[in-house]
Write a protein that binds this ligand. Structure first.
Ligand code: NDP
Length: 323
């Protein structure tokens, strides 16, 4: 049995609690939160204060870190890696090299293992970009996201004066994906690849036209996209927009000889982004425990993990049934 702790109990933490129930070789020891554990309502596992985690040193094989990428993980992953093997889903792409270096130092100094930035992007999408570009060195790689909720863009909408609540969906332009798959070579701008759809609840006294103008012209978030804005009631938002779907496509189009076209496509359609991301974390937790057993210490990413280490199935069976 691989003994696992969950650190941080938000959407992702809840997803890991559920994912662990699908994996018979894993045992959930407890959920550790910075909040008062009596206020953390889990789906059955015991909740403890994060300060108590230290006492479990040596008794937990892997801590699955479920904090946020903006401010939690840059601190929590290097710090907890001093005492535990860890996994995280750090997704601020531009800061991954810095995060990796910090975690690697903590892991090497303390003889622990950490696998950072797992999940689907970064994570499974990164792996598919690497496979595709290695196999088809001559070609183009495209990543399309959605349809799905963008937390960052939803937050940006909520910060507008006059917006009571809001959610934003990123929608890929499927006709563009189809043209690329058919072999067309396209010079794509940001606007060509994705559409942004916003559902906005106005605060009392706020004016639709002014808010819409502020949204569609917002630099970095919306000005480079075609953006659709719907104004809806708080009741409609609560009823129709609580799920957290996401997904996307990694596409590599290339040639292997003169006019011989090849297409590689990897697609995810997720009803729940956090539950899926959690399932990826749990599979990589298995690999993390194996690296620790083999005393391969340091920080790693999805690029470093042999695929069979994700599986609980024996090597010979994998060769027989999946190869
Ligand atoms: P949440 O905001 O739901 O949770 C983040 C942390 O906030 C929790 O660990 C928890 O820490 C704290 N928290 C949660 N609920 C509450 C509350 N009610 N009151 C106070 N604090 C609370 O984030 P998500 O779980 O949705 O996402 C976590 C991260 O996962 C994201 O930042 C993102 O970077 C990453 N992610 C990565 C993906 C990938 O493909 N690589 C895909 C999807 C997400 P505590 O219990 O200690 O208070």
């Amino acid at each position: 049995m691989i003994k696992v702790a969950i650190v941080g109990y938000g959407n992702l933490g809840r997803g890991v609690e559920r994912a662990l129930q699908q994996n018979a070789d894993m045992e959930l020891v407890g959920i550790y939160s910075r909040r008062d554990p009596s206020t953390v309502h889990t789906e059955g596992a015991p909740a403890y204060a994060l300060a108590e985690l230290e006492q479990q040193k040596g008794k937990i094989d892997v801590c699955i870190l479920c904090g946020g990428s903006a401010t939690d993980l840059p601190v929590q992953t290097p710090s907890l890696t001093k005492d535990f093997n860890t996994i995280d889903s750090f997704d601020t792409h531009a800061k991954i090299p810095e995060h990796f270096a910090n975690v690697d130092q903590a892991a090497k100094e303390n003889q622990t293992v950490s696998i950072i930035s797992t999940g689907w992007d970064p994570g499974l999408f990164s792996l598919n970009r690497l496979y595709a570009e290695s196999i088809l060195p001559k070609g183009e790689t495209y990543t399309f996201w959605g349809k799905g909720v963008s937390q960052g863009h939803s937050d940006a909408l909520r910060r507008i004066n006059g917006v009571a609540d809001a959610i934003q969906y990123t929608i890929p332009k499927n006709e563009v994906i189809e043209r690329l798959k058919a072999g067309e070579t396209l010079e794509l701008t940001t606007r060509d690849k994705h559409l942004r759809e916003c559902f906005v609840v106005l605060a009392d006294g706020a004016e639709e036209a002014a808010i819409k103008e502020e949204i569609v012209t917002m630099p970095n978030y919306f000005d480079e996209y075609d953006t659709i804005v719907h104004f809806i009631s708080a009741e409609d938002l609560a009823r129709d927009h609580q799920a957290m779907p996401h997904g996307g496509t990694v596409l590599r189009t290339g040639i292997t000889h003169e006019q011989t076209k090849q297409v590689i496509e990897y697609n995810l359609q997720l009803e729940s982004n956090p539950e899926f991301t959690a399932s990826v974390l749990v599979a990589y937790a298995r690999a993390c425990a194996r690296f620790a057993k083999e005393e391969q210490f340091g920080a790693f990413t999805v690029f470093d993990i042999p695929p069979k280490y994700l599986s609980s199935v024996e090597d010979a069976t994998l060769r027989k049934e999946l190869l």
